[in-house]
Design a protein around this ligand. Structure first.
Ligand code: FAD
Length: 461
């Protein structure tokens, strides 16, 4: 028997339910599809960089076991049945995804494969709780985080994490898949060429130097971070708000690409003891969960205000100011430090994401979508749920969001969370010199104008 494992955001061998089921069915052929789906945007530059390297590592790990990872581009509804025909596979297995347009593709494909008498099955590999299992008593989704988190607690602990499949092997003979001999997919150079042809790495210019220095994509490093979790969680409750420190886990891009399962992360944090650190860390994992459940119910989260009163909000458009924000040249120390950290490393500390987001949507009064789009392109952890969800949270247009009138004062935030100025000086070395930019807005005046604009829509539905 041969099983196709359709690899999506589950780039790992451990605790991977679809892969485990495929391995149980027989010989495994893995396939990754570069797909274009209507209503789903293409990945940004930083996530494409990550995906390239993560697939490289996954391909190598599978190859060592004799399992080919086939790379194809196009429409999965055509390609998967074709691969099934070419390889003689009996089953097609994958882990679920939650954005409506992607779910529609998966549902149609499942139906078509089953009609042909094949086994087509999906599994829970990306979220701790499936979105349809956490509902109010009347069956509606939760819109308030605290009630949602409570309901997750009442649902019981997430399922236990499984390790590696006990037996994992590829088909022994050279069958054909996607028009290629399977044997060729087991050659590193063939795989490498197919990946390079996708053109996901920046070339002219190569802007990824800072990303290479900061990150190493793939399951191996994700598991290392998991091993080291107790070192971070001991002081997490205190240090997580300090951008100058390595006070958070930096698991976000690894979770984003499924290099480690949230189930395993959850249970590992339980092993780290009962302190406030592990507990507050699990609350953060549930924010990830909440964002995905909201996207499940609100497929247009990235393009539409959840609170419709913001449709009439008087956003400003100023491409010069937007550019200054993007490049960390606003003259506001904490904002510039965060935006430069993002540009350089593909990641920004959560506290600073909040401050830069507040500055853009309130002091500069630019639409949250401008910020969301920039983060989408530059964050290595950018995902379809967390990014728009958090942007709508910061802007005040989302469910259970920070109210618009709560405007962060960057100077005060810096006093509280970067009291020695280590973070801002690291990213903005010219602070205190003549080369430092002047602020592009007056914080007090811009705050007043933002609040006045909010008053205009506040009472409306
Ligand atoms: P830790 O503090 O170690 O947290 C552990 C994990 O919990 C994270 O890896 C992440 O998976 C999850 N998590 C923590 N906070 C949140 C949150 N507020 N929302 C959702 N999940 C959370 N996170 C993303 O993963 N992708 C995004 O595209 C993203 N965009 C954001 C945009 C804005 C404007 C803001 C304010 C926050 C955004 N976040 C996003 C949430 C958060 O900033 C990052 O998850 C966090 O900084 C990642 O670092 P960490 O892994 O060290 O976090």
């Amino acid at each position: 028997m041969t099983a196709l494992w359709w690899v999506r955001d589950d780039l790992r061998l451990h605790d991977n339910p679809a892969l485990a089921a495929a391995a149980e069915d027989g010989d495994v052929i893995a396939v990754h599809i570069d797909e274009r789906i209507e209503g789903v945007r293409e990945l940004g530059g930083a996530t494409l960089w990550w995906l390239h390297h993560s697939l490289t590592r996954l391909g190598a790990a599978l190859r060592a076991l004799g399992v080919p990872l086939v790379l194809v581009s196009g429409d999965p509804e055509e390609l998967i049945p074709q691969l099934v025909r070419d390889s003689g596979a009996d089953s097609v297995l994958w882990n679920r995804r939650y954005h409506a347009p992607r779910r529609a593709v998966d549902a149609r494909l499942k139906g078509a494969l089953r009609e042909q008498g094949l086994r087509a099955e999906s599994f829970d590999g990306y979220l701790l709780h499936e979105p349809w299992t956490i509902t109010t008593q009347s069956g509606d989704p939760y819109k308030v985080y605290s009630a949602f988190a409570r309901a997750c607690g009442e649902a019981g602990p997430p399922r236990a994490a499984a390790g590696l499949p006990p037996r994992l092997a590829g088909p022994p003979d050279g069958v054909r898949a996607g028009g290629h001999e399977m044997r060729t997919w087991l050659r590193a150079e063939h795989f490498g060429q197919a990946l390079d042809r996708r053109g996901w790495l920046p070339t002219s210019p190569d802007w990824a130097g800072g990303l290479r220095e900061a990150w190493s994509p793939g399951e191996k490093v994700a598991r290392q971070r998991l091993e080291d979790l107790d070192g971070v969680l001991g002081a997490y409750a205190e240090d997580r708000e300090r951008p100058a420190m390595e006070g958070t886990t930096r698991l976000s891009p690894h979770l984003r690409f499924g290099e480690v399962s949230p189930h395993e992360v959850w249970h590992r944090s339980v092993e780290c003891g009962r302190g406030t650190g592990p507990e507050s860390f699990r609350r953060e994992l549930l924010w990830r969960e909440f964002a995905w459940h909201r996207l499940f119910h609100l497929p247009e989260l990235a393009t539409r205000n959840v609170r419709r009163q913001f449709d009439r909000f008087d956003w400003r458009e100023d491409s010069k100011e937007l550019r200054a924000w993007q490049r960390g040249r606003t003259g506001i120390d904490l904002v510039d430090a965060g935006m430069r950290q993002l540009w350089e490393t593909g990641w920004m500390h959560n506290r600073v994401r909040l401050v830069t987001g507040s500055f853009l949507t309130k002091n500069l009064r630019q639409h949250w979508r401008r910020g969301e789009e920039w983060f989408w392109d530059t964050l290595v952890d950018a995902d379809e749920a967390s990014n728009p969800f958090n942007w709508q949270w910061v802007a005040g247009s989302g469910d259970d969001a920070a109210p618009y009138f709560r405007v962060f004062n960057p100077a005060r935030q810096q006093e509280r969370f970067d009291p020695d100025g280590d973070y801002v000086r690291r990213w903005v070395p010219e602070i205190g010199t003549e080369r430092r930019d002047d602020p592009i807005v007056d914080l007090r005046d811009s705050r007043r104008d933002a609040l006045a604009a909010y008053e205009e829509v506040r009472g409306s539905p």
